[in-house]
Design a protein around this ligand. Sequence first.
Ligand code: MUC
Ligand code: MG
Length: 376
Amino acid sequence: DLCRATAIRRISARIIEAPTTRQHKLSNTSVRHQGYIFVTVELENGVTGFGEGSTLGGPRWAEESVEAMKANIDAYLAPALIGHPACLAEAASLQMERAAKRNYTAKSAIDMALLDATGKTLEVPAHVLLGGAVRTSFEAVWALASGDAAQEVEEALEMIRRGWFRRFKIKLGFADPQTDLARLAALQAALPAGTPLVADVNQAWSEAECIRHLPALRDLGVSLIEQPIAAGQTAASARIAARSEVPVMMDESVSTLAEAARESAAATGSVLSLKLCKHGSAHTLKRVAGIAAAQGVQLYGGCLLESSIGAAGHLQAFATLPRLEWGTEQFGPKILVEDLVTEGLRYADFQVHLPQGPGLGITPNPEVIDKYARKE
Ligand code: MUC
Ligand code: MG
C-alpha cells in the first residue's frame, strides 16, 4: 500500500553556498552568497524527493544556520523519520516535533522533500496534496538591497524591461534613516507613478524612529511597511500600526501558530508575510495563514532568497491559499549567479508561474549542486 511504498529509507542533508549576482544588504546582515540546506529523501519505492531551507548571513535573519540545520537533521530529525511513510506529512511533522523543538527551517526543508516524494509517487503536483491550487500565477515582487541608489534604480528598470517584476521591495535600516529616505526618493522618482513599493526595515527602528519617519515613507509612495520594530515588542508595534497611514506587515514577529494568534489579535500589523522557514511545514503555513486571515489580516507570500527548489515549494503552498492579497516575492532564483535546477521557475508578464509536473515540479541540477556544496 501507499504507506509501505513511501516508507522513508534515507534522509541526507548538504550545505550549499550559492553566489548571488550582487551584495544583498539587510539591517542586520549583508550577503554575497546564499546558504541553503539541501535535503534528499529516498523512499522504499525508489522515488527521491528534494527540499531546501534557506538562511541569510548565517544565524542572522533567524537563529538557524546551515551548520546547525545539518547537525540537527543528521542527529535528530532524520533518525526520527526512518521507516515513517512520507505520505503522512502531518504525522511526520509530529515525529519531528518530538525529536527537536523549533528548528523550523530544517523541518520545512524535510517537509518539502516529503511532499515532493509523495507527489512524484502519486504523479500529482504537491499543491494537490495541500488542497489544490486556486491560482497558478502570482504577481512577483523584486527586492532592491545593494544600498547604492543609482544601481537600485537601474536594476528596477531592468526588471520592468524584462517583464519579470514591476513591484519592488526596498531594504531599509542598515543606514541611518535620512540616507535610507534619500535612496527611496531616488527610486520613487525613477519608477512609473503608482509602482507598488514595500519598505522592509527588518526590525531596525525604535517606536520613536517610526513615529518620526513613517510619514515620510507614506509621502514617498510606500504601499506597505514591513517589520519596522523588533519582533516581540507587541505593544509598541500595535501603537505604530494604529498610527501608520500605510499598512504594516508582520514578518519576523510571526513564526508559530501562537504568535500568529497573538500578533493578529494585538493588531501589530494588517498584513502577514508567510514563509516556510518560519512555520516549519506547508501545512503549518496554511494554519498560520488561516489564523491571521480569520482576524482580517491580509496575506503576502514571503521568501528568504530560495533557489527554484525552495521557491517552488513556496509556490505549491501559496497556490492553495484562498486569499493572497499581496502576491509573492520568490525572486531568489533570479538573484543567484546559477540557479540550482535544470529549468528555473518561469517569470513572465510580471508573474511567477506555478511549475507543472509531479511533486515540486522542478528538477535539481546535480552538477550545480555538487559545485556549490560545501566540501565536508
Ligand atoms: C525578509 O526579511 O523579508 C526577503 C527578501 C529580502 O530581501 O530579504 C528577505 C527576508
Ligand atoms: Mg522581511
